[in-house]
Design a protein around this ligand. Structure first.
Ligand code: XMP
Length: 525
């Protein structure tokens, strides 16, 4: 089996999600992880008989998907999945593929498509629905063109909606369940209950806890690394911080962290990160002061992609320089998360457009002859935070807003100068202070100031000013892929603008960016 995520020695119970390409498959995994059930998403193309034998799932879920089971060559699970003797839950396309595979019929009828909110009414008793239908109907979210027109032998109907006569079906004797709607999405308000019932009926004990994960991850790191040395780029962000602390707990002095100060950090950031790791964790930490190098190379550059490429390349050079000085360095640690690992099922087949060249250390390990250690590969972001708490990292570190690798360079559109960076750092510090004072920090996904490449005329006291304008940005988001602006009240915005203009020489105008993503992006470059 390829891409085996978990330590083979691990004993926790596993649920397999077979992905047929739904946009919301990750949400199924989220719901299950919230129930302390370990699950992995694998694309249907990968799941064959050998895979199933090795993975040995305790239960299986078929995701939704954009295809039609009526079409030739449409995605299918291997037939052997039905002989595993474990509970199976099919969702939307997953229901249709199950019905067709077990002898039912799916059709593309007129007037039977359903998209969006629908109401299901129950029929008979089903343990899967325990705690549901406390009123006479349940709101669900549907998204189907085809529909099941004949259920497979052995199945009964337990719920119907206006356009899905087989909205909930089950073959209780075999523990096969299939629903036409999406219980994992927000618009099926009680959908989590269905997953809760499913995993309880499948016998999961809820053994996926961060305490258990910590022990298992430490054992796996020790086994992988042996007596060699590991280097870890530390940015002060939550992922690299948690990875570093976990590695340190596993291998102590065999770990060296490198913190690169590229001169594009926020006010006080370098001190904060270095002090916290050196003092609290007694960790080997190289504080690489490379401000001259980065700012020198960026001098005169104003194109966003050129700036990003310069920074990405310099990171690699600097990292390599320090890594070369460490004896027996055989591994590079990265804070890769599970969403980066999931291979999504692509039906378009086309390359996606590059919006921004995000900087990471991709390609670096081979160039340096290093192997990768990725101790967070199995975790979602909120699980990383839970692990950080479990490892005793201060709350102030765990709850930090994300900060991009290229730092303030992408918050300083146009040419970067030291003077502009200094002004930006001060304005950003005032803004974040305001957000904290108003108790809003944890409600906001990310907030920062961008200094604009434009000077404006103002009047202060009796004098004319001619200083920079800045933009405040604050967004709500789940994963940074989409975002909306944070709805500050006008008093907050007014007070913050006044404070920035009074306290930060060099800025005489403050604007608030109310662009969502899309069409905007979170950062300005
Ligand atoms: P955008 O601006 O693309 O940002 O909407 C989405 C999220 O990614 C962060 N970001 C980066 N993070 N290296 C990083 O590590 C990068 O090059 C980079 N560019 C953007 C951004 O701060 C936001 O959280």
């Amino acid at each position: 089996m390829t891409d085996h995520l978990i330590d083979p020695a691990a004993t926790h119970e596993k649920l397999l999600i077979i992905d047929f390409g739904s946009q919301v498959t990750q949400l199924i995994a989220r719901r299950l992880r919230e129930l302390n059930v370990y699950c992995e998403i694998h694309p249907y193309q990968k799941v064959d008989d050998a895979f199933l034998t090795e993975f040995a799932p305790k239960a299986v879920i078929f995701s939704g998907g954009p295809c039609s089971v009526i079409d030739e060559g449409s995605p299918r699970p291997p037939e052997s999945v039905y002989d595993l003797g474990v509970p199976i839950l099919g969702i939307c396309y997953g229901q249709q593929v199950m019905m067709q595979g077990l002898g039912g019929l799916v059709e593309r009828g007129h007037g039977t498509a359903e998209f969006g909110r629908a109401y299901v009414v129950p029929r008979g008793e089903l343990e899967l629905l325990q705690g549901w239908f406390l009123t006479d109907k349940e709101q669900v979210w549907m998204s189907h063109g085809d529909h099941v027109s004949k259920i497979a032998p052995g199945f009964e109907v337990y719920g119907t909606s206006p356009n899905a006569p087989y909205a909930i079906t089950a073959d209780v004797s075999r523990n096969f369940y299939a629903v036409q709607f999406h219980p994992e999405v927000h618009h099926t308000p009680n959908g989590a209950r269905l997953y809760e019932n499913f995993v309880r009926m499948a016998g999961f004990s809820g053994d996926w806890t961060m305490g258990a994960y910590r022990e298992q991850a430490i054992a796996a790191i020790r086994e992988q690394v042996g007596t060699s040395h590991v280097i870890c780029g530390l940015s002060g962000g939550v992922d690299s911080s948690v990875a570093a602390v976990l590695l340190h707990e596993a291998i102590g002095d065999q770990l060296t962290c490198v913190f690169v100060d590229h001169g594009l950090l926020r006010k006080g950031e370098a001190d904060e990160v270095v002090t916290m790791f050196r003092d609290n964790y007694n960790m080997k930490l190289i504080h690489a002061d490379e401000q001259e190098l980065f700012l020198g190379e960026l001098d005169g550059q104003s194109d966003p992609e050129t700036k990003r490429k310069i920074i990405g390349k310099l990171f690699i050079d600097v990292f390599q320089k320090y890594a070369n000085e460490i004896d027996d360095a055989k591994f590079l640690a990265q804070g890769t998360l599970y969403p980066d690992v999931i291979e999504s099922v692509s039906f378009s087949g086309g390359p996606s457009v590059t919006i921004k060249s995000h900087h990471n250390v991709g390609g670096l390990p081979e160039k340096m002859g290093l192997k990768l250690v990725e101790p967070l590969r199995e975790l979602f972001k909120d699980e990383v935070r839970a692990l950080g708490t479990e490892l005793g990292l201060p709350k102030s570190f765990i709850g930090r807003h994300p900060f991009p690798g290229p730092g303030l360079a992408i918050r300083c559109p146009g040419e970067i100068t030291r003077a502009k960076l200094d002004i930006l750092r001060e304005a950003d510090a005032v803004y974040i202070d305001q957000i904290r004072k108003h108790g809003l920090y944890d409600d906001i996904w990310q907030a920062f100031v961008a200094i604009l490449p434009v000077k404006t005329v103002g009047v202060m006291g009796d004098g004319r000013t001619y200083d920079y304008a800045c933009a405040l940005r604050a967004v709500t988001s789940v994963d940074g892929m989409t975002a909306d602006y944070f709805p500050f009240d006008h008093d907050f915005l007014g007070e913050t603008a006044t404070r920035i203009i009074n306290e930060v020489p060099g800025i005489n105008r403050v604007t608030y960016d109310i662009t969502s993503k899309p069409p905007g992006t979170i950062e300005w470059e």
